[in-house]
Design a protein around this ligand. Structure first.
Ligand SMILES: [Zn+2]
Length: 383
């Protein structure tokens, strides 16, 4: 298939892309199958390294279909799934079962992280890497995971953080966790600038979330997240992450309305807005706050590099995954997720997603989501 329009190749150029599942050719002229209007911008699809898809026994919160449909609506064409579902994913059998579930139902490309384990069979599977939770930092199995060359994603807090009142979960506990790890680590959802600065000085890659940047403290169950949202001063300093962090992630963590209506001390933490990140970052680019170059780095190029996948770039041989946006004001809300309430509801955004292509097929046309099948991005990138 040929498409024509304004394509992002380091800068925007008028041109054509020819693709099947991968990009075959980019050139100036063609007879296109689809021609996008001059106000539409063709960008690489976004890669979200930190999503809790749920599914399996947690399908009452969100299914693979509902989470990945919501992702597509938000311009995300590849998601990486966290293992803390029910059952927990850290054995060869459970990983295979999980990959089968994604094979059957995922509308985005996908990858799965295993939980910490000392099972060497896990190491041979096409996983994205390991997720290290705070409680894992004192487990025996951590040694095995530290010796693996695969990617490790750290939730940076020390085990102590989990066993105290929320207002005592301070930033030093986040920074202290960085001293326990070494090797190929990616430090996720940094809530403050120091975590990013120190992680980088130790050679780790970093990301941050829109909620730790934008939300004004933890006011109710809707804004309850782990690690907690920091003070206004800390959040202002975190703005530097827009220029200095490697990636931005959603940490999409869906719960039912009933669970979120529980008393504050009991309700489960998590914001479920996988579809917010991409239009948010491109809105900043539309306003000139960050460059499109930097926006694409945060959303696509860097996460793909960290994961070692053939995505995130409009270049020959890469996945034919695109998001097409244009300048148009709208107010955020989820549309395909089981979660209908987020703290970003009605947040004004300046970039509208008009179309999404996954593996060379139209997955979203501004109205409908089409049942496109994603691939295991880790496995598929090997050939
Ligand atoms: Zn998470």
């Amino acid at each position: 298939m040929w498409i024509r329009g304004k394509i992002f190749l380091k800068e925007f150029v008028e041109g054509c892309i020819n693709f099947d599942r991968r990009i075959k050719e980019i050139r100036k002229d063609c007879k296109p199958d689809i021609s996008f209007p001059s106000d539409a911008l063709i960008l690489p699809g976004s890669v979200d390294m930190h999503v809790h898809v749920r599914g399996l026994e947690l399908s009452y919160k969100e299914t693979v279909t509902s989470a990945t449909s919501e992702a597509i609506y938000g311009g995300v064409t590849t998601i990486m799934d966290m293992p803390n579902t029910v059952p927990f994913i850290n054995s060869p059998e459970k990983i295979k079962e999980r990959l089968r579930e994604f094979d059957n139902y995922s509308r985005t490309n996908f990858g799965v992280y295993s939980g910490v384990t000392s099972n060497s069979e896990v190491e041979k599977l096409p996983i994205a890497g390991y997720k290290v939770f705070p409680e894992d930092l004192e487990k025996q199995e951590l040694k095995f995971v530290l010796s693996s060359r695969k990617l490790k994603v750290l939730h940076p807090e020390i085990p102590l953080s989990l066993n105290q009142f929320r207002n005592l979960r301070r930033t030093w506990q986040e920074i202290a966790a960085l001293d326990i790890i070494k090797g190929n680590f990616h430090v996720t959802h940094s809530t403050n600038y120091e975590t990013i600065r120190i992680s980088k000085s130790k050679g780790f890659t970093t990301d941050f979330t829109p909620h730790h940047l934008l939300l004004n403290g933890e006011t109710n169950c809707l804004t309850k997240v782990n690690p907690p949202i920091r003070s206004v001063t800390e959040r202002r300093k975190l703005l530097r992450a827009l220029w200095e962090a490697d990636a931005i992630v959603s940490d999409h963590a869906p719960h039912t309305q009933k669970e979120k209506e529980m008393p504050y001390q009991l309700c489960p933490p998590g914001v479920a807005a996988v579809s917010f990140t991409t239009p948010f970052i491109y809105s900043l680019a539309m306003k000139g706050i960050i460059s499109f170059d930097r926006a694409v780095e945060l959303l696509s190029i860097n996460p793909s590099k960290i994961l070692g996948i053939k995505a995130g770039k409009i270049e020959q041989g890469y996945f034919a995954d695109f998001v097409i946006i244009r300048l148009s004001r709208w107010r955020y809300s989820t549309r395909f997720s089981k979660v209908i309430e987020t703290p970003f509801d009605r947040y004004p955004l300046d970039s509208t997603i008009v179309s999404v292509i996954v593996q060379g097929k139209i997955a979203y046309d501004g109205g409908e989501i089409y049942p496109v099948r994603g691939v295991n991005a880790i496995e598929d990138s090997r050939h």
